[in-house]
Each structure stands twice: as C-alpha cells, then as structure tokens.
Write a protein that binds this ligand. Structure first.
Ligand SMILES: *Cc1c(COP(=O)(O)O)cnc(C)c1O
Length: 398
C-alpha cells in the first residue's frame, strides 16, 4: 500500500501487505510454499550472495529466509509499528531468543525485567548464562533509576509492559532514554498491546516483539513470532534468525495475515469485555485484587493512559486466601473460561498462576491464589455467570 502514513491504523490493517493487482486481482496474497528458488544464471546466484552479505536481504534465496508471503506479514506489521523491517520467526519465543542472541556476546551484561514472560527467564538463566552472559533482573517499577543498574558491559535492556501474570506497567520511555544515552540496545515484548495499542519504537525501543500466536493470528490455531526492528537492529536480528534456523511456515503466516485484518474490531470487544469483568470482579468478596492497567484505580493506569491507545483482554486477579480444594473446585468445572495456556484467540481462558516462583527483583507478596483471565468474544453476561457459578463452587467446597 502506498502513502500508508496518511491512513489511520484501522484502515492500514485492512490493506497493508497485499497488492491485488500483482496477483490477478485476488484480494489476499498467495501462499508461497517454497524451500528452493531457482536461479537463471551464476550471475544471478552471485547477486543474491552479495545481497545477503551486504545485509540487505532484499532477494529471495532459500525458504528459511522467507518468501513473498513472509514479506507480506513483515511489511504489514512493520508499517503498523513504524519500524524499518521485521523478521518473522517460528514462534514468539523464537523472536525473543533471536533478538537477544543478536546483540549479546560472552562477557556482556543483560538487564531484564523481573515480571517477564516465564520461558524467557528460563532461556536467560539456563542458556545465556551458560554462554557467558551476565544476567540481572530489574524491578518493573524502576523507571529512570535503571541508570543505577547499568554497568560498563551492559549491552541490552529487555522490557515487557504490562508485565506477564502481574500486569505492572513499566515506564518505557524513561528506560529507553537511559539506554539511548549509553548506546544500549532495547528489546521490548509488545505482545499484550499488539501493534494497535502501543508502538515501542516510537517510545525509543530498538526491537518490538510479538507472539503473533496470540492476538495477531487471533484464533488459537498457530505459532508464529515477529520482531519489528529499527534500521540499526534489522541486520543483526535477521542474520541471527537466519543463522539459528528460526522461520515461519507459509500457511501459518497466511493465517496470521488473515487474523490481522480483524484485529482492531476484535480488540475493541476484548477490551470492553475485560473491563466489564474486571470491574465486576473488583466488587466480589472472594477477590482481593484485580490487575488490569485499563482500570482507573490500577497502579499502572497513569502510564497506560499516557503511552497506550487501548488495552487487550488479558488481565490478572488475586483471590482472598482459600484452600487448594476450593480453588480447584472453582477452576475445574468452568463452562466458558476453559483452562489453558496462551491467549489472544476468540475464546475465553483462565489459568492459575504462580508469580512467586518467577520473581527475584520484586518478590511477590500476595497470599491468595492468583489467576490470569482472557476475556474472549463471548457475551459478557454469560462470562460473568460462568465466574459466578465458579465462586459458588468455591464457597461450597469450604
Ligand atoms: C506467548 C508469549 C510469548 C511466546 O510466544 P510463543 O509464540 O508462544 O512462543 C512471548 N511473550 C508473551 C508475553 C507471551 O504471552
């Protein structure tokens, strides 16, 4: 799409990454299934080698490095986030691992947010440390004071906001300002907000990561990641993803592009329903705390309002202390909030969470059991009645 800057994001997501006139007038881009690209001549083959070596990656050489289908999704998300170029990977965790290893070497120091997506903590503690990277965790509420944790060998600061499981809001611009002034690369996990509700690069980050598995694809049926990069970050991330073998499958990429078209509409409903349910939960005697930055009394609300254009449908709650049997009685028999990992699909989900096991810089103090809820596209009253029946089972199991 040309002159896309002139259009609102809602218009852009309908049109980005497709060109009907280049494809017999067909609305959606074709799915290219390809490992091999045939070269016409040695000269052409050598040209693709020069293209790779220069870091341009403009030409297609081999399926692992992407096809025109891959490029369509990369271009669409890049333009939504105001990036330079993006790299699609096999899953969100792949985009994170490729981005971290793109910039870190033995002897470097990584500053990583304490309340991050759990598997990234495992990658840092079990693998990056083994390869000689020094890893320290910072309090998500640290803001500009992160300057005190920076060491001469700090190479990367990693952010996520709102945080996984506990939904603290991080002051992204305060942290990226510190990083920029010292030449430190910043990588942010932007999965919760999607490209529609927050733009990390406009707030000073170098790489913005999405688990497209979640809202971008939106239908709980595929795994895919994407790292949107500014110009300086693109070559290192692309080269590392390619060298490490991270690539997305063509059908999954096509489905993610299809999901992207309805992202704005879906998110509005997810946010509306999540807000309704979160407010309802706040009034329940069984609940000690709801964690959702879109609520006016949430501790992160001021930052959310300042920096974000909206919220998604994922939030947390802490119950008043109860027995394990009571908690299980509630969660084991839900009709609509089925129990499962992941989120961002059309359906509601719930999982018990255990933040205490995943925190070191800011210990988790709550005594009661914690939950993560995903408000799906069902009727909100049906969802509330499902939770109401859950609380009745919890009380009956006392
Ligand atoms: C799910 C998730 C990921 C990982 O994405 P996968 O596609 O499951 O590998 C990364 N970050 C956040 C915040 C997530 O929720």
């Amino acid at each position: 799409m040309t002159s896309s800057e002139a259009f609102a994001r809602d218009t852009q997501i309908v049109h980005l990454g497709r060109d009907p006139q280049a494809n017999h007038g067909i609305v959606n881009p074709p799915v290219y299934h390809a490992s091999t690209f045939i070269f016409n001549s040695v000269a052409q083959l050598l040209e693709t080698r020069r293209d790779r070596a220069s870091g341009a990656f403009e030409q297609f050489t081999y399926g692992r490095e992407g096809t025109p289908t891959t490029r369509a999704l990369e271009d669409a998300v890049t333009q939504l986030e105001g990036g330079y170029r993006a790299v699609v990977t096999s899953c969100g965790l792949g985009a994170i691992c490729a981005s971290l290893t793109a910039f870190l070497s033995a002897g470097d120091h990584l500053l990583i947010i304490d309340s991050l997506y759990g598997p990234v903590r495992q990658f840092c503690d079990e693998y990056l440390k083994r390869f000689g990277v020094e890893v320290s965790y910072y309090d998500p509420l640290i803001g500009a004071d992160i300057a005190h944790l920076v060491q001469p060998n700090t190479r990367v600061i990693y952010l996520e906001s709102p945080c996984s499981l506990t939904f603290e809001m991080t002051d992204v611009p305060a942290i990226t300002r510190v990083a920029r002034a010292r030449g430190i690369t910043t990588i942010m996990d932007n999965t919760w907000a999607t490209p529609l509700c927050f733009q990390p690069l406009a707030h000073g980050a170098d790489v913005s990561i999405h688990a497209a598995t979640k809202y971008i694809s939106g239908h709980s049926d595929l795994m895919l990641g994407i790292a949107v990069c500014n110009e300086a970050a693109f070559i290192p991330v692309k080269k590392t993803a390619s060298a490490s073998g991270y690539c997305g499958g063509p059908d999954d990429i096509y489905m993610a592009l299809r999901g992207l078209r309805t992202l704005s509409l879906r998110l509005q409903r997810h946010q509306e329903t999540a807000t309704t349910i979160a407010r309802w939960l706040q009034r329940r005697p069984e609940v000690s705390r709801v964690m959702y930055p879109a609520l006016p009394d949430d501790p992160g609300h001021a930052i959310w309002r300042r920096d974000f254009n909206g919220a998604s449908g994922l939030f947390g709650a802490v119950l008043k202390p109860c027995s394990e049997q009571q908690f299980a009685a509630m969660l084991d028999h839900m009709d609509l909030f089925l129990m499962g990992y992941s989120w961002g699909g059309f359906e509601s989900l719930v999982v018990p969470t255990y933040p205490a096991t995943l925190r070191s810089a800011r210990p988790w103090q709550e005594k009661g059991p914690a939950l993560r809820l995903h408000a799906g596209l069902e009727d909100p009253d049906d969802l509330i009645r499902d939770l109401e029946r859950g609380f009745a089972r919890l009380a009956a199991a006392a």
